[in-house]
Design a protein around this ligand. Sequence first.
Ligand code: B12
Length: 481
Amino acid sequence: MRIAIISTFRHPSRLPVKEKTCMQSATPELIAGLCPEDAEIEIYNEKETDIPLDRFWDIVFFSYLHSFYEHTKVLSTIFRGAGMTTVAGGRHASLFVEDCLKYFDSVVVGDPEGNVPRLIRDFERGCLGRIYDHPPVDPADIKPYRYDLIDFRVNKYRAPTIEASRGCPFACDFCVLVANEQYRFRPVKAVVRDIITQMRWNPNFMGLFRRTLVFNDNNLGGSPNYLRDLCEALIPLKKTWGCAITLNVLQDESLIRLMAKAGCRYVYSGVESLNQDTVDGLNKPHNQLKKLKNIIEKTSCNGILLSTGLIIGADGDTNEYLERIPDLLSGLNFFGITFLGIVCPYPGTALYRRLLREGRIIQGTTIRDFDGYTVCHKPTNMDPSELAEHYRKLTISLSSMPNLLRHWSTALLKSRLPRYKSVVLVSGLEMRKLRNNLINETRTYVAGRDPIEQWDLDQMQELGIPPQQISPSGHLLRQRL
Ligand code: B12
């Protein structure tokens, strides 16, 4: 049996460009690990590679984020037209099962482990079901990824990734982890075994990333005790790794030291806002901003680069606050913002339901707009286009050369731990990339106003595929939201 597993991608600028970074979806190699051993499997990550349209596979699995849905529908329709069977999975598919069933042969709801092997068995017997909805998996049953299928000659920037946990113990109002995503972690032994026996390392760039891996967990510190055990077990491996973690975990300096000893050099934490009222309004009270300065100092002095993200446009954000962000960062002597987004009311979240109730989702919003960089709602203190303008200005300012130099000069000398400085240098390039989102000068960043990618538009017209509307009148709103 020939199987393709594709993680699709569309660039925030809506231009046909790739985004070659180490941050990539791990779903292809995860699902490959659940397929029969004798299957011929190909995996594709569209973030780096184009998807060939002239090949034949018996089954094509698609993984995608909400805003890549239209593009994924197009690919699926083309493949089905050529006689292939297609399957959708992931958070969007799990929420919009009925819509997906129009464009895919089957939909998998939730974790793949209990579903994919059964789906393939049914396919082989000629009785493929339409919906596979096995309950969440016991994390001990997460299978090793098929790292051997990653082609580092094509996916040049790729770092091998692994999951130690799924879900998150917190329930922030804007977070997309809404359905069946209770926090669970894998046995430490299984994680370490996979790193030692299964992982393949990126040999590119003269071996710069040869010992580097990324934990793809939403929050590797969901259980600080678990994180301690994991770090203890990672020490002998002598690897370099990065992860995402909530700020509260970084208040414990002994844990930071242990993480650094275990090889952690990079931590991403969603600070979200420099205004505590806004953070509280997003139901993220574990972000205590008064502790931020101390956390920044402690992480970097112990050899871990703290990289953070901000989202703008939440209730409570005023023009004055948004203009002051660069000054507020200077006050913290911190410049390492690697992600700047616009608060996004993902369907199914508490934020979405509230904005819908208040009639504040912008009319004409389509699923393509839910990319974290487009204003999909009416903010409380400004017009949507004013917020979009703040986004543009802040992106330019945070990714400017002076800001990068400030970041390097404040962070570089903080620690002498091996590989810390190279991580700081690379993070500067990551900051610079923020402005790639602005390369399309015609983009307004307001929902319903920016056309989707030309190729997708043409194909949708030709194939008769309508866009998924998420505007207040859209019938999809009445489903399971
Ligand atoms: C790598 C990554 C990216 C990459 C690649 C994205 C991708 N295609 O997954 C890039 C850089 C593009 C990216 C961008 C963004 N990301 Co991101 N990213 C991640 C990250 C860290 C890892 C993804 C991953 O590989 N996970 C491991 C795999 C195995 O798990 P999974 O993707 O959760 O999938 C599970 C199920 O959904 C299911 N599944 C998924 N697909 C399929 C397909 C089939 C067929 C089946 C059977 C099952 C299945 O199986 C998995 C196990 O249960 C996640 C955090 C996380 N832990 O997932 C965030 C995450 C996906 N990102 C998120 C966000 C908010 C963003 C950004 C807005 C910016 C940001 N940095 O916060 C942008 C959005 C871009 C856009 N245009 O929409 C959110 C969710 C967004 C969404 N629409 O669902 C997440 C969950 C982080 C979070 N907790 O907020 N991201």
